[in-house]
Design a protein around this ligand. Sequence first.
Ligand code: BGC
Length: 751
Amino acid sequence: MNDIMKYIRNLCLLALLCAVLSCQERKPSSVGSAPEIERRVERILSQMTLAEKIGQMNQVSAGGDVSNYADALRKGQIGSILNEVDPVKINEFQRICVEESRLGIPLLVGRDVIHGFHTVFPIPLGLAATFDPALVEKGARIAAVEASAQGVRWTFSPMLDIARDPRWGRIAEGSGEDTWLDARMGEAMVRGYQGADWDATSMAACIKHFVGYGAAEGGRDYNSTFLTERQLRNVYLPPFEAAVKAGALTLMTSFNDNDGVPSTGNVFTVKDILREEWGFDGLVVTDWNSMGEMISHGFGADRKEVARLALEAGVDMDMMTYGYISHLEELVRSGAVRETAINQAVRNILRVKIMLGLFENPYVDAEAAAPLQYAPAHLEAAQRTAEESVVLLKNDGILPLSADKTRTILVTGPMADAPHDQLGTWAFDGQKEHSVTPLQALRERFPGRVVYVPGLQYTREHKERFDEVTAAARRADVILAFVGEEAILSGEAHSLADLNLKGSQSELLACLAGTGKPVVVTVMAGRPLTIERDLPNCRALLYAFHPGTMGGPALASLLYGDVNPSGKTPVTFLRTVGQAPLYYSHNMTGRPYNGETLLEDIEPEAGQTSLGNTSYYLDYGAYPLFPFGYGLSYTTFAYSDIALDRDEYPVDGTVRVSFTLENTGGRDGTEIVQVYVRDLVGSVTRPVKELKHFERVSLQAGERRRVEVEIPVADLAFYGLDGTKKVEPGDFQLWVAGDSASGEAVGFKVK
Ligand code: BGC
């Protein structure tokens, strides 16, 4: 960097610092102690009419003209809006509430700030691939700083839905298939959004979708789920419980019905588990019209009935059904619902507004907000996160590329220069003009050396011939192909039944490989696609879950080795879609697969009637393409001398496992160490492996380090046959490895 650049950068950083400091000046001195907050809540509540209380429970989608809502705000009929991010309009909404409504209660302004506000970070599935909660927390903090500066004080994130079926488009929005990883990522995001102290940059987190939504039948969005209580408690609920413990202020009920009960009317999950068992006194909001959709589910006959059902379940705020605002008053008057239930809901809403300091500081400084957006430090963090989120799935040694040996670089593929699509799903506020694509980053890095021939304009395009791109390939030293799926192919309501690369992308890769020139592929996608047939056509493959604003520079750094890849798969990669759902943490069948015959191995004439009696697909066997937790590096790591401090532990003890990790390659690198445990015999059958710890360990080339990890035995507790959560004494196995399919088991006992 030359001096002028450095000077400009420092000026920008200074401006950022001033802006952050001026933000902090808006900080309320204190939100007060818990009893003080409760006293404030009661004071406000005691002044409210029934209609004003019900108004607080109503959330509407804004956008458009402020005057559309002015009257309702003035009358106290709206407690929260979503989907307005213009600070000037938000200030005006607040002014009407604060100055013109009878009680002056400020508005809670919500938005789906899912993986960044303006500065877009990788999609949550990519965030999970970093296995780096501290970095993810930092990203969430940045999102909160940008969004809160414009008046958005509530985000509908993190999504904590476990997703084990990549057909489901919303797999992009969560942390993948694993309960432990999901819980750690959820806690990190809650901490990041809400901040260490309550101040004007705190943005309330909303953990969603409660609960089981990711288990949609067939991966079709919004579909029914049939999770047993034990599955819920052992697999789907722990991330929510962890996020509640981390202090999440709000929670959203999901669209699905589980075992016949829609979540928004589910007394068992919302009232019994969330409220009573976990003591959650935060705000529970419905998903968009999920109260109204209980009518479509056939769980209530009309809006009045579903409003009553939602309130009885413990839901405080209605997003876009207009069920509470239209019917609660009448339901109270007829005696069908009690006003005490309404009071409780309003307390939960007011408490959040107080915690956020909205009564003291309802307004934002619209001018101060602007320089915070896309601030250099934010872009830097987004790039670093994108770098950590990319998973190297194949490398025959061609990567990292040498700048000297790749004088002419062909950049091709429909995702090479797709500034909008690299942002991924739910990037409402990130502007594509700020995205740096791989093409831009490579051109900037190697002026005059990049030849760009897209080959396909978009991923679904079908083409017979690739003459132009293959001719260019023949003249290049290396081919960098960027394929995958556009943002619109994943996310809400965007499920897919076929997970191969769409259009003629595989044919493009085959043509490129046919030139004999080295082909390095980067897949940018919202889910793990089925790429087995493409692997032979690439010398190396990087998998980037839509990497966000700074995806281009991040990928250029990885390809050319400024950064060594460290990401690991947060979800199992399938060989073919018919294997779904396939996940590492499954229970063992009575007949585990034992390498039996596959169809392709038998002679058609052999007249065989039986091929084996174990659990597998005749055509695809039993294994995935890449297991959970998998990812390569430009160096290699070896694990040795794995030892436990004891053979037996009490149920309240701590397992201390130590091992030597050695960087056995020629480059510095970071390994994501994973510890898995299996409970061999239980009152109910237990998964073959469960992740119980992970950490990033950075080692220089050739460095060896003794690492010690502690696993509290309490973390091995589960809900067994009697329905209570406890550690069941007996034999266990433990693996320390670089992915879920490697490592040698060591045994221990719990007494
Ligand atoms: C989604 C939620 C989202 C809400 C508000 C719904 O369609 O399911 O995840 O937070 O819309 O935009």
